[in-house]
Ligand binder design. Structure first.
Ligand code: FES
Length: 152
């Protein structure tokens, strides 16, 4: 299909880099918005790796998604400092509010929920990032506001 073909030319251009796998994956994700299943065999083929090795790298890094994201991406910090400041409660509230789990997208395609492991905002825990913008000292109310705003 289209993904496999388009990915092959991208991979061929980049495979001579030192440690080509991550730059290639980042490029493919920025091109397609996610890493389609059918590009994995192409990567494996071009880089002389097994498909299991490619799959392992894609799943190891939280950055890579296996489906297109929603129009907005909400990343909730799940690391220690934020957990200690009510991050678990906030995560539960977010999942209930959106009706989805982490790594999923709401049915209306509006919001994708992702975990993130420290946003460097520990002093303002619990923290989150919406479309690249950080928000600190969140509580359930603020979270609701953010989500409502994003859905508008
Ligand atoms: Fe959440 Fe650092 S632990 S911002």
């Amino acid at each position: 299909g289209g993904y496999a073909e388009r990915s092959r030319s991208i991979i061929r251009e980049m495979k001579h880099l030192e440690g080509p796998m991550l730059p290639i994956l980042h490029e493919l994700q920025s091109e397609f918005g996610f890493i389609p299943e059918e590009v994995k065999p192409v990567i494996a083929d071009e880089l002389n790796l097994s498909q299991a090795e490619v799959h392992g790298v894609v799943t190891f890094y939280h950055d890579f998604r296996d489906a297109p994201s929603g129009r907005h991406v909400l990343k909730l910090c799940r690391a220690e400092a934020c957990q200690a400041m009510g991050g678990d409660e906030l995560a539960l509230a977010a999942r209930q509010l959106l009706g989805i789990d982490f790594h999923q997208t709401t049915l209306d395609g509006a919001i994708t929920l992702e975990p993130v492991y420290c946003l460097g905002l520990c002093a303002c825990a619990p923290a989150a990032m919406l479309d690249g913008e950080v928000h600190g000292r969140l509580d359930v109310y603020c979270l609701g506001e953010l989500v409502t705003e994003a859905r508008r």
